[in-house]
Design a protein around this ligand. Structure first.
Ligand SMILES: [Zn+2]
Length: 189
């Protein structure tokens, strides 16, 4: 049996520990933009349309995490919050993780204003392009994840190579992609 959990995403930095629901099935939990778990058979689900789905996996399969990282969450430190919770709640050090940054808006499709750039510590005076996945990769390496274990998709939700949901391209009507990650149940017997 497989269960799933999804949180009400608010572009924040809150990450929670997800438990296996007692009755199985799909469950929606409170406001959070990230979840970690060591429960087997539990899919962590995040939805995105330009924001980055961040997959975090312990190399020995002891625990996982999923984050929804747009510019607010990324600038606010959601990646660091996820890494900290994996370490504190599940005892998984960042050096034991593989991180994958999924399909998201690419740098050339993502021009942002001064406010957004300043949130990332830039001394900005005019609009410029932002590469969210590069920012997150830099944060991951800075927090102790090995460079060789920070992987990324090159797919852009706005410009391809395959059609995906993009908030920038389709506005409020845009659909969402679901990204999910789970630890497999132990084989029977
Ligand atoms: Zn693009």
């Amino acid at each position: 049996m497989c269960s799933s959990v999804v949180a009400r995403q608010v572009h924040g930095t809150r990450v929670v520990v997800a438990e296996l629901p007692s009755k199985g099935g799909a469950r929606v939990i409170g406001e959070a933009d990230g979840m970690v778990t060591e429960a087997k058979g539990l899919l962590l689900v995040v939805t995105a349309a330009d924001c980055v789905p961040v997959f975090m996996v312990d190399v020995e399969g002891r625990g996982i995490g999923m984050l929804h990282a747009g510019w607010r969450g990324s600038a606010g430190g959601i990646l660091e919050a996820g890494l900290l919770l994996l370490e504190r709640a599940l005892g998984i050090d960042p050096s034991r993780l593989v991180i994958y940054l999924g399909p998201a808006i690419c740098r050339s499709c993502y021009e942002v204003g001064v406010e957004v750039q300043r949130a990332f510590g830039r001394d900005a005076t005019r609009p410029a392009c932002l590469d969210l996945r590069s920012e997150l990769a830099r944060q991951a390496r800075g927090a102790g994840v090995a460079s060789s274990r920070v992987l990324r998709s090159d797919w852009c939700t706005r410009c391809g190579p395959v059609p995906l949901h993009s908030h920038r391209a389709q506005g409020e009507q845009a659909g969402r992609m679901a990204a999910f990650l789970g630890l497999a149940n132990a084989p029977a017997g």
